[in-house]
Design a protein around this ligand. Sequence first.
Ligand code: HEC
Length: 145
Amino acid sequence: MAVLFTVTLSACSEHGKESGESMGGVDNNNADRWYTESMVSQGKPLYQANCAQCHGGFGQGNPDWRKPADDGRYLPPPLNGTGHAWHHSLDQLRGVIKYGRGPDVPSDMPAWGEKLSDEEINAVMAWFQSRWPDEIYQAWSRPKH
Ligand code: HEC
């Protein structure tokens, strides 16, 4: 965990140095993202209705998400870019949302495949990714080795 955190911090400060370059022209936080603004608007109420009670109204998660509770289960992690969601590919995130964590991992994360269509799941992901700062989004979208 500590290692991942260091990587995050250095990625951020590196980016800070470059930020001047991106000042001119398009200053849209959602520039070059995989989703559209209309997906974000569609995802917002779906997120509030289905996910907010666990992951928080702003995707902030439970402050104690890093360590398992006494029963070994994890608390809902943040989805706003401060958790580890950005270490997972789009397909992995979609998989967790659609199928839950799978039978081998005891978890309170429900499987949404029966309740939400693929389109709705994409919209929900668009909403929480729209909360990711550019540094996080760029680190996430960089090809993984
Ligand atoms: C009943 C509580 C609950 C609800 C409702 C819920 N989640 Fe979760 N979610 C969790 C928990 C707990 C975890 C952590 C699971 C684990 O690591 O074992 C999790 C994990 C996740 C992850 C993986 C994040 C990561 O960093 O690995 C994603 C993505 C996610 N949830 C998205 C959603 C979305 C989208 C919705 C609404 C459609 C939703 N969740 C609704 C409890 C919930």
